[in-house]
Design a binder for this molecule. Structure first.
Ligand code: ATP
Ligand code: MG
Length: 399
């Protein structure tokens, strides 16, 4: 196959490939960008693979950065853009199921493609648009299939993260996992426990945020992967409830909140769970508050103050999630309530701690915080307008 019209991102990078070839080496576009372009999807980072060794690349180009030189990656800066160029390599001796003991630079493209995870990720394109397809990746793209390069079992033993990548690509592309590859995932799922949780999470979040997340999530459960993730052991039935959801998650916080809901977790359990997954503090806080808010709506025991307390920034997410999970509540009433709340957080108050000190004629101390909270609640509940004079009056008359 030849790509007649290279995409803009590839065209811009052509001078890089040309210079490498002029120096007597080979260079190709590889990996995700090739796959996505053939599928007609937008491409993000353009990866280039070459027969030149890193030191040789550094001699060809004036401006380079040693990005991951021990793995063969050098970043080349050319015409206001930067390109990651990686030397063809083979990997060997994966004794810990996650990292090769040895990376060897090689001169053969075929050897480099052989170490890649799936046939659809093992395509290369030369500067004339010719596609090099050693493992029938084009056919698998056409049939919408994710198939390991070589022996699936052996490939998952080398790097168990590939099993999570399989379900992630499934969700992103709406593909099916080929039968033998799927069987090898099911058989080797326990190896996932060897992989750092951060790496599993990265794939899992990409899966959940995909258009076809249910396709990937269904196999994540069916092929046993969930059993080896924090908090998911023996929870397949509960988690599979999520497959009844309608639509897609608006963000990572929404996805975690839905999971906390499916697992019927209370506040501390959910907090602990998110810590086990090592999600960022920001995501954890937003997700925990969102789940608390969702429970309020579900149990119809919301009022202005508790909605506000769990963060108005979370409100739209929780509403969308309730619809997605078909949780019933009085939408109109809720919207009306939220519209009544005149501030988003305490910074929006028309009075400061310093003002309170002056009005009450006291020095900074715990009383200020107490008065502030009292005022905040009164404003949220609509008992006083949020302007300075009204707040001053309220403060003096509630002493
Ligand atoms: P994305 O669209 O998420 O960037 P991608 O296919 O480009 O998808 P990357 O993680 O950026 O994925 O990796 C680039 C390429 O490197 C892949 O297409 C694949 O050929 C190879 N690769 C990445 N991770 C692995 C792995 N764990 N095992 C084998 N090959 C891998
Ligand atoms: Mg990529």
């Amino acid at each position: 196959m030849q790509i007649k019209q290279l995409p803009e991102d590839f065209k811009q990078a052509l001078p890089v490939l040309e210079e490498i070839e002029q120096a007597g080496f080979e260079a190709y576009f590889v990996g995700g960008s090739v796959r996505d372009h053939i599928l007609g999807l937008p491409i993000h980072d353009v990866d280039i693979a070459t027969s030149a060794y890193p030191e040789e690349i550094k001699k060809i180009f004036k401006r380079t950065i040693d990005t991951g030189i021990q793995h063969g990656t050098v970043t080349v800066l050319l015409n206001d853009a930067s390109y990651e160029i990686t030397t063809f390599r083979t990997e060997s001796g994966y004794q810990d199921y996650r990292r090769p003991d040895k990376v060897t630079f090689v001169r053969s493209l075929a050897d480099d493609l052989k170490r890649r995870d799936f046939t659809i990720n093992a395509l290369a394109v030369d500067l004339n648009g010719n596609v090099i397809d050693k493992f029938d990746g084009l056919k698998d793209l056409d049939k919408k299939i994710i198939r390991a390069v070589g022996q699936a079992e052996a490939r998952f033993h080398e790097d168990a993260l590939r099993m999570m990548r399989a379900v992630r690509f499934q969700a992103q592309l709406n593909f099916q996992i080929e039968a033998q590859t799927a069987q090898a995932v099911a058989d080797n799922a326990p190896l996932l426990s060897k992989i750092a949780i951060e790496r599993i999470r990265e794939e899992f979040v990409k899966l959940l945020l995909s258009q076809s997340w249910k396709t990937g999530f269904a196999d994540f459960l069916k092929l046993n992967l969930s059993e080896y993730c924090p908090g998911f052991k023996d929870q397949r039935v509960e988690l599979s409830e999520l497959l009844n959801a309608e639509g897609t998650f608006v963000d990572e916080d929404a996805a975690w909140t839905a999971i906390g809901y499916a697992l019927n977790m209370n506040h501390p359990e959910f907090n602990r769970f998110l810590r086990d997954w090592k999600v960022s503090n920001k995501v954890r806080e937003a997700s925990v508050n969102s789940l608390d808010m969702l429970h309020l709506f579900e149990n119809q025991d919301y009022d202005l103050w508790n909605i506000y307390k769990f963060g108005l920034d979370n409100f739209e997410r929780v509403l969308q999630l309730c619809q997605m999970l078909q949780i019933e509540f009085d939408y109109v009433d809720l919207k009306q309530k939220v519209e009544q709340i005149s501030i988003k957080n305490s910074h929006d108050l028309a009075i400061t701690g310093k003002d309170i000190c002056e009005i009450l004629g006291v020095k900074p101390g715990p009383i200020i915080g107490k008065s502030m909270s009292q005022i905040e609640r009164a404003v949220v509940e609509g008992n006083v307008y949020n302007n300075f004079d009204e707040l001053r009056h309220y403060l003096l008359s509630n002493q």
